[in-house]
Design a protein around this ligand. Structure first.
Ligand SMILES: Cc1cc2nc3c(=O)[nH]c(=O)nc-3n(C[C@H](O)[C@H](O)[C@H](O)COP(=O)(O)OP(=O)(O)OC[C@H]3O[C@@H](n4cnc5c(N)ncnc54)[C@H](O)[C@@H]3O)c2cc1C
Length: 420
C-alpha cells in the first residue's frame, strides 16, 4: 500500500481484538473483524472489570509448587485442577512452576507494568471517543487481608509493586472500618491502590467499541478463521472455515483459542485456559465502596452497572469440560463473608453465574509480536488475568507493528519464540 493504509483482519472480537481494531482504525487502516460467536462473549464478557495498573504480580511465584499440590486435593479452593485434565495440563504446570523464580518474576513484573501502567488513561480517551465514557470509574481498588500472617505471606507481591513504581496507602483494622464500614470486621489489613480503575460493564465495553468501529466503516464477518494463505512470506488471505478473506495484515486475538492459529504459522505456544467464574447479584443490599480483592480467597467483588459481581479463582479443566457451578456458588459465600450485610440466600432470578477461559501462558505474559513465517501476521493473545487492563497498550503495540513503526516499549518479553 503506497500510503501505508492496509486492510487488516482482526481475528476474534474479545476486548483485545476490538481495542486493537479501534486503534488500527485510528491509524487509517481498513478493518475487518472476524468472530464465530457473539462479540464480547468470550473471557471478556464476565471479568471483574478491573483496570489494575498494579497487577504486575505473576501467577507463578516462588513457592507456587506447594500451592499446586494442595489444590489437587481441594476442588473448591482458589486454584483447582480437574483430575481428568491433569495429564494434559501437566507439562504446562511444569513450565508454570519453573517460571516462578525470584529472578524471573522480577522480569515478568517489569514487562507487565509496561502493558498495564497506561490502562486507565488509554481507556478514558477510547471510551469517550466511542460514546461510552460513562462505563469508566477511577476510584481505586482495595486489597484486604484476614490476618497479619497472610499479609506477610504476600510481602514479595508488594515488593514487586514498589519496585515498579506503584503507590498505595496501607490501612490497619481501624482505617479499614473508616474507609468502608460495610466490609467484614474479620479484615485486619488493607492496601488502597488509588491509581487503579474499573469498568462497570465489561461486555458493554466490547460492544460499544465494536459499534464505534462499524460506525466508522469497519466490517464484522461472522465465521471462524482456520489458517493463512501465504505468498512467499507475505500474507495473501486469512483462511476461514468457509472461504477466505483477502487482507494485507492480520492480528490473532482469538484469546484461549489462538494456539492452532499460531501453530499454522510455525509458532508452538503453550496456551492453556485458566477457567474463572463469576456470580452476579442484582439489587444488592450493600456494595463495597471500591472494587475489593480478598487476598486469601483470590476473588474480587466489583460494584457494577447491573449489580454486584464476585469474580475470580482458577480452574484447570480445559476448553471443553462443562462448568462446575459449585465454584460460582462458593464465590457467593465468599462475597457474603466479605460483606455481612448481604443476605444468606437470594431468589434464583436475582443471581446469574458465568464461566470463562482466561488465555494463559505459563510465565503470565501474553504473546505480542510478529509471527515466525510472515511479518504480516501479528499475535496479541494470552493475556491471562489482565486482558481487559492490558488491551489498550497491546493495541498500541500492534498498531505500531502493522504500521511498520518500532513499538514505544521493549516487546522482546512477549515474543512467541520464547517458548522455543
Ligand atoms: C473470572 C475472571 C475475572 C477476570 N477479571 C479481570 C479483570 O478484572 N481485569 C482484567 O484485566 N482481566 C480480567 N480477566 C481476564 C480477561 O477477562 C481476559 O484476559 C480477556 O478477556 C481476554 O480477552 P481476549 O480478547 O484475549 O479473549 P476473549 O474475550 O476470549 O475473546 C476471544 C474471541 O476470539 C473468538 N475466536 C475464537 N476462535 C476464533 C477463530 N478461530 N476465529 C475467529 N475468532 C475466534 C472467540 O469467540 C472470542 O470471542 C478475568 C477473567 C476471568 C475469567
Amino acid at each position: 500500500m503506497p500510503d501505508g493504509r492496509k486492510t487488516v483482519c482482526v481475528i476474534g472480537a474479545g476486548i483485545v481484538g476490538v481495542v486493537t481494531a479501534a486503534l488500527l482504525q485510528r491509524e487509517g487502516h481498513d478493518i475487518v473483524v472476524v468472530e464465530p460467536a457473539g462479540p464480547g462473549e468470550g473471557a471478556s464478557f464476565g471479568n471483574a472489570g478491573c483496570l489494575s495498573a498494579s497487577s504486575v504480580v505473576p501467577l507463578s511465584m516462588p513457592g507456587t509448587a506447594t500451592g499446586i499440590a494442595r489444590s489437587i486435593r481441594d476442588p473448591m479452593g482458589p486454584l483447582a485442577i480437574r483430575w481428568r485434565h491433569l495429564p494434559n495440563v501437566a507439562p504446562w504446570l511444569v513450565r508454570f512452576v519453573r517460571s516462578g523464580t525470584y529472578a524471573k518474576v522480577r522480569e515478568q513484573a517489569r514487562a507487565l507494568r509496561l502493558l498495564l501502567a497506561p490502562s486507565v488513561v488509554l481507556y478514558g480517551s477510547l471510551l469517550e471517543e466511542m460514546g461510552a465514557g460513562e462505563l469508566l470509574r477511577s476510584v481505586g481498588h482495595l486489597y484486604v487481608y484476614r490476618s497479619e500472617a497472610s499479609w506477610l505471606k504476600e510481602r514479595l507481591h508488594w515488593q514487586l509493586r514498589r519496585e515498579n513504581g506503584i503507590a498505595w496507602d496501607e490501612l490497619d483494622a481501624d482505617a479499614l472500618r473508616q474507609f468502608d464500614p460495610k466490609l467484614s470486621t474479620e479484615y485486619v489489613r488493607g492496601a488502597l491502590l488509588a491509581a487503579n480503575g474499573h469498568v462497570t460493564n465489561p461486555y458493554r465495553v466490547v460492544t460499544a467499541i465494536l459499534a464505534g468501529i462499524l460506525a466508522r466503516g469497519g466490517r464484522l464477518v461472522r465465521g471462524r478463521a482456520v489458517g493463512f494463505d501465504l505468498e512467499g512470506t507475505r500474507l495473501g488471505a486469512v483462511r476461514m472455515e468457509h472461504g477466505a478473506l483477502s487482507a494485507d495484515a492480520a492480528v490473532v486475538t482469538a484469546g484461549a483459542w489462538s494456539r492452532s492459529l499460531a501453530a499454522a504459522l510455525g509458532d508452538r505456544v503453550p496456551l492453556e485456559s485458566q477457567r474463572g467464574y463469576h456470580l452476579m447479584l442484582s439489587d444488592p443490599e450493600v456494595s463495597p465502596r471500591v472494587p475489593t480483592n480478598d487476598a486469601e480467597g483470590k476473588f474480587m467483588v466489583t460494584p457494577m452497572e447491573l449489580g454486584l459481581r464476585a469474580a475470580g479463582t482458577v480452574e484447570f479443566a480445559g476448553l471443553r469440560a462443562p462448568p462446575n457451578w459449585d465454584r460460582a456458588h462458593v464465590l457467593m459465600r465468599q462475597a457474603r463473608r466479605m460483606l455481612p450485610g448481604l443476605r444468606a440466600s437470594y431468589e434464583a432470578e436475582r443471581i446469574t453465574k458465568w464461566m470463562g477461559h482466561r488465555p494463559s501462558l505459563p510465565d503470565s505474559l501474553p504473546v505480542i509480536g510478529r509471527s515466525r513465517r510472515t511479518p504480516d501476521v501479528v499475535y496479541a493473545f494470552g493475556h491471562g488475568h489482565v486482558g481487559l487492563a492490558a488491551a489498550p497498550m497491546t493495541g498500541r503495540i500492534v498498531a505500531d507493528l502493522v504500521g511498520g513503526k518500532p513499538p514505544s516499549v521493549d516487546i522482546s518479553p512477549f515474543s512467541a519464540s520464547r517458548f522455543g
